[in-house]
Every structure is written in structure tokens, then in C-alpha cells.
Design a protein around this ligand. Structure first.
Ligand code: GUN
Ligand code: FE
Length: 465
């Protein structure tokens, strides 16, 4: 091996079976492959066959890590999840609106700064442990706890888009209704000024009006204007549940449909990410597509709350860019492999009743959780696939551990096709198989790593998680 250049830093070389899906429906694979990461930029500098890369002469030393049976994939991307809700997974058995009222708003109402200090580091740790390197996340309505959630995101090293939830209609907050609108806008702007682009661009602020049911049109217009002013993204929920849609029709009698409410308020843009989008009319799908809006498909949540099955083929045929979201706590896990499996299962269920529906394949959902997720976050040129020049957001999986007999050699990992290997992850994957997670070439999680230390529960009475 060549000696390190004077003052040079050792480069990181990851060895394994590389698999990615830059194009919907197609897997790309290098068996016995390797990725070389430039430590200065955190970008993929070289990619290819391990033997070739190992022999290549370079002016710096390379630290090679990995095993031939490790899968190296682009880091998974969660386009829709709620940090304060994580303790409430699998709670309640009602549909969306009663579930929010009974199981979620009481928990979010208590998302104080001390509560964020308890939860946020563990939440990000769990994302990384599940192989997720980037996520678009909702906080609660408070500035101070959201501020801490950003601090913890920076400490985690993950790529996080985060926003304070905005609500001024029937909010759970302690403020007088008249004050809520101006305070919500002001606090969101303060957080955006402080955190948008922080930690070398790994953190982004995302304006987060919860959904039309809990927002006045003035609040939504204000959020849209701020997002435009700061070049920031927008996230909200759309057409998730029929009861929700009824409420919107009643609250916004001037609108032609749900999407029209957001359009009139300026929220439908190419930087907007709409969660769910199950019950859209053809006009709404066309309007979202024309604006280049992005969709967060949350199938585990949609099944848990009985919201419905998103007509994936119709949204995709319209040209919409669709990523996947765990939507914790309506989705019971941060595990994006489970979300991928649920996306396949739910479209297959639709296909039983509608012969025109083409079921989703493993390669399709893997693309949704990687390259398409990156595009939803507006980072498709930077992350999402294994290409030279992209930032090294990578997940390493011990795929052998997902086989029924583990490392018995029956079957041998080397005998399985790329499609079979990703299918093993989709149908049996989870945190126990994550060997390591890297963001911009920096290890943010390693197998067996202990969770970050956390303070004692802040106040036993106020903290009933
Ligand atoms: N609609 C408005 N708020 C929420 C939420 O917190 N979770 C889900 N699943 N849907 C919502
Ligand atoms: Fe949600």
C-alpha cells in the first residue's frame, strides 16, 4: 500500500456487493465491488471492482473495510415522519381525526425542550440504526423544542429537513387563538434563519403547516410566502382520510377540492412534499404534477389508520415524483424496509380487485426509498445512488444475517441475484442487519453502537411516555 502523502488523510474504502436503483424498476449491481470516499469532500471518488480499485496506485493510503457478503446501498430516505410522536407507535385504534385528538395531540402538546432533549438524540440514533441517512421530519408546534431537535440533528450527523408544526385552528398549544397565527409565522421564520443550510448544508428548514383542517388560509399563505422568501421546502398532509376531506370541504367552502385550498394559498410548488395523497381527484393529481410537487407515500400508516390505499400507478402515470415515508407514529416503525414491503403488499391487494393495476416490484420500491426519496428532498443530484461525485450517504447491510439459517452457507449469499438480495432486505430487513450507516462519508452508526446517553425523564408528572 502506498504511504500516506505528507499531511495527507487516509481515504475510506468500503468493500462489498454494491446495489442501487437510479432508475425506477432497475437494479444496478457490482458483485465484489468497492466505493472509495474522498474524506475532504465526503463524496464518492471511485467506484468499481474491489480487486481493481485495491491495486490502483494512489498518492494517499486507503483504509479498506467490509466483507464480500456485505451489501453497500445508498442510504435509505424517509420523506415523512414525526419526531415527537415516536413514543405513541401502535397506540389507539381509531381513524385519523380521533387518533390525532386522542393519541397524538396530548403527546405533542408535552413536547417541551426537556422532552426533546430526551427523545431527539434517540430518534436520530434509531433512524441511523435502521439504515436511514436522510429524513424529512415534523416537530411539534414549539420553537424551543424544535430548536433542540435541530441541535440533536446536527450532533447525529444525519441529513435532516425539519420544521415546527404550524397550526392556528383548534391547536393544542397554550396560546390565545389570535396570537397563534403571528407567533407561528414568527417562530418558524426565526428557526429557518438559524437552521436552514446549517451543519454544512446537512440541515434544512421545512415550513410545516400541519394540514388544512388545522390551519387558517392566512397561516398557509404566510407559510408559503416564507418558504418562497428563504428558498425552503414545505411539507403538509393531503387527502389522507375521507373524514378529513369532508372537514376541509366544509371549512374552505370556497374551494373546488382539497388541493385547490393549498393551491390558492401558494403551497403547491416544486419544493412541496405532500404526505399520503390517497383520495385525490384526477384534477388534483394533474395540478400537483403540473407544479412538480412531490409525494410522500406512507403505506404502513395508511393501513394502520385504515386511511386507504394510494393509487400508486395513477400518481406515477401523471409524472409525480413519489418517495416513501414511515409516518411514525401512524406508521408503527422507522424501518423503511417494512414500508417498502407494505408498498408492495398494498398495491398487490389493489391488483386483486382491479386487474389494470400493475403490482410494484422489489426494484421499484428500492428506487422509491433511495433515488426517488432524494428527489423528493430536492437532492436527487447529490445523493440517492452510487455514482462518482455524489455524496457518500451509504448503508452497509449484513445480508447473510437475513437468511433463515444465517451464515450456514445454505444458501450462499454469493449465489443470490441482486433482486433476491434486495428482496431479502425488503421482506426480512431491519436494524439488526445494519452494519454501518455513513453520511457524507462519515460513519454515523456502527453495529452494536450504544444509543447516545440521555438525561433522566424531565418531570415524572408531565412526562407520561
Ligand atoms: N394529518 C395531520 N396531522 C397528521 C399526523 O400527525 N399524522 C398523520 N398520519 N396524518 C396527519
Ligand atoms: Fe404524517
Amino acid at each position: 500500500m502506498a504511504p500516506p502523502a505528507p499531511g495527507g488523510v487516509e481515504w475510506l474504502g468500503l468493500r462489498g456487493h454494491l446495489i442501487d436503483a437510479p432508475v425506477f424498476g432497475q437494479l444496478r449491481s457490482w458483485r465484489e465491488g468497492a466505493v472509495l470516499i474522498d474524506p475532504a469532500s465526503g463524496r464518492i471518488a471511485e467506484i468499481g471492482e474491489f480487486g481493481l480499485l485495491k491495486r490502483r496506485h494512489r498518492p494517499h493510503a486507503v483504509q479498506w473495510v467490509g466483507e464480500p457478503h456485505h451489501l453497500i446501498i445508498p442510504g435509505l430516505i424517509d420523506t415523512h415522519t414525526h419526531l415527537p410522536q415516536y413514543p405513541a407507535v401502535a397506540r389507539g385504534d381509531g381513524e385519523l381525526l380521533p387518533w390525532l385528538r386522542q393519541s397524538i395531540f396530548p403527546l405533542e402538546r408535552d413536547f417541551s425542550r426537556p422532552r426533546a432533549q430526551l427523545q431527539a438524540p434517540l430518534f436520530y440514533f434509531d433512524l441511523a440504526r435502521h439504515g436511514t441517512t436522510a429524513a424529512m421530519v415534523y416537530s411539534a408546534i414549539y420553537e424551543d423544542s424544535t430548536d433542540f431537535a435541530f441541535e440533536a440533528a446536527a450532533a447525529s450527523g444525519l441529513r435532516i429537513s425539519l420544521g415546527k408544526v404550524m397550526m392556528d385552528v383548534a391547536s393544542y398549544g397554550p396560546l390565545q387563538p389570535k396570537k397563534i397565527l403571528s407567533v407561528s409565522l414568527l417562530e418558524s421564520e426565526t428557526l429557518c434563519r438559524k437552521w436552514h443550510g446549517a451543519n454544512d448544508g446537512l440541515l434544512q428548514y421545512v415550513f410545516s403547516p400541519r394540514f388544512a383542517v388545522s390551519c387558517s388560509d392566512r397561516l398557509m399563505r404566510g407559510a408559503a410566502e416564507l418558504a418562497r422568501q428563504y428558498g425552503a421546502a414545505i411539507q403538509t398532509h393531503l387527502a389522507e382520510n375521507v373524514g378529513e376531506i369532508e372537514k376541509v370541504r366544509y371549512q374552505f367552502a370556497w374551494s373546488t377540492d382539497y388541493t385547490d385550498v393549498y393551491e390558492k394559498c401558494g403551497l403547491v410548488t416544486s419544493r412541496s412534499v405532500f404526505g399520503h395523497c390517497i383520495h385525490l381527484l384526477p384534477r388534483e393529481i394533474a395540478a400537483l404534477a403540473a407544479a412538480g410537487a412531490k409525494i410522500a407515500h406512507c403505506p404502513t400508516s395508511n393501513l394502520y389508520l385504515g386511511s386507504g390505499i394510494m393509487p400508486f400507478d395513477r400518481l406515477r402515470a401523471a409524472g409525480l415524483c413519489i418517495g416513501l415515508g414511515s409516518d411514525v407514529a401512524a406508521g408503527p416503525e422507522l424501518n423503511l424496509w417494512t414500508v417498502m414491503r407494505s408498498a408492495i403488499d398494498s398495491q398487490r391487494a389493489r391488483s386483486f380487485y382491479n386487474r389494470d393495476v400493475k403490482p410494484l416490484k422489489v426494484a421499484d420500491v428500492f428506487h422509491l426509498a433511495t433515488q426517488a426519496g432524494a428527489e423528493v428532498l430536492g437532492a436527487g443530484k447529490n445523493i440517492g445512488s452510487l455514482d462518482v461525485g455524489k455524496e457518500a450517504d451509504l448503508t452497509v447491510i449484513d445480508v447473510e444475517s437475513l437468511l433463515p439459517y444465517g451464515g450456514s452457507g445454505f444458501p450462499r449469499v454469493s449465489e443470490l441475484s441482486p433482486q433476491d438480495l434486495i428482496a431479502l432486505c425488503v421482506y426480512r430487513g431491519g436494524p439488526a442487519a445494519t452494519v454501518a450507516t455513513y453520511v457524507r462519508g462519515r460513519k454515523v452508526y456502527g453495529a452494536g453502537q450504544a444509543p447516545p446517553p440521555h438525561p433522566q425523564r424531565p418531570d415524572a408528572d408531565a412526562c407520561d411516555i
